[in-house]
Unconditional design. Structure first.
Length: 205
């Protein structure tokens, strides 16, 4: 078995990378650095770094996922992709103190709610004013599922682990705004997902 065939692989990453790139490209055009939280297999990082060469793409995840990410990064020919940092979204300080933008995919429904809030806290600290947080994944609308498939997926998540579940978009937006992150766009994506685009605003005193 080749080393390439042993790399972790996510079909979902392959399926959604094109539509996600269409969201990222115009919004990150003037950015120089992006922190990806929860890089998972590393597939997204390799693809997006190649398609967005003006960016320094910083991967991060829990240490147990680093070997697979390193496998994907090993053959990347460019110089704008950084090896993974150990980042627990709910634990401060983070290993990054400042970054132009943050991207995360399929993390909010896997992480515990306290970890989601921890990610919002951390993003508020590392993003400058007008810095962007872009979140991809499934979300509920005002407590209602957006599709029958999302309802089934949520049931599966909660049966797998009690702390998991599809989050409510409005509740996430409310918690983000408390932290100075304003939801600017909600972009519909294939397979009943969406991208939430937040901007760091000046907090009122």
């Amino acid at each position: 078995m080749s080393e390439e065939s042993q790399r972790p692989f996510s079909q979902a990453c392959e399926n959604n990378r094109g539509p996600i790139l269409e969201v990222l490209e115009p919004r990150l055009r003037n950015c120089r650095s992006v922190l990806e939280i929860g890089s998972g297999t590393g597939q997204h990082a390799v693809y997006f770094a190649a398609q967005l060469p003006q960016l320094v793409w910083q991967t991060s995840d829990l240490p147990q996922n680093h070997p697979g990410i390193h496998q994907w990064l090993a053959d990347y020919p460019g110089n704008n992709l950084r090896p993974p940092l150990s980042l627990d979204m709910a634990t401060w300080p983070w290993p990054v103190t400042e970054v132009d933008a943050v991207f995360t995919a399929n993390t909010f429904h896997i992480a515990a709610w306290t970890e989601v809030l921890g990610m919002l806290d951390g993003c508020a600290r590392v993003l400058p004013t007008e810095g962007q947080l872009i979140v991809y994944g499934p979300f509920n609308e005002k407590g209602e599922y957006s599709s029958e498939s999302n309802a089934r997926f949520d049931q599966y998540l909660r049966q797998s682990a009690a702390h998991q579940g599809i989050r409510d978009r409005q509740r996430v937006a409310q918690e983000a705004l408390i932290r100075g992150l304003e939801l600017q766009e909600t972009i519909s994506m294939p397979a009943n997902n969406c991208c939430l685009v937040f901007r760091r605003i000046e907090e009122s005193q």
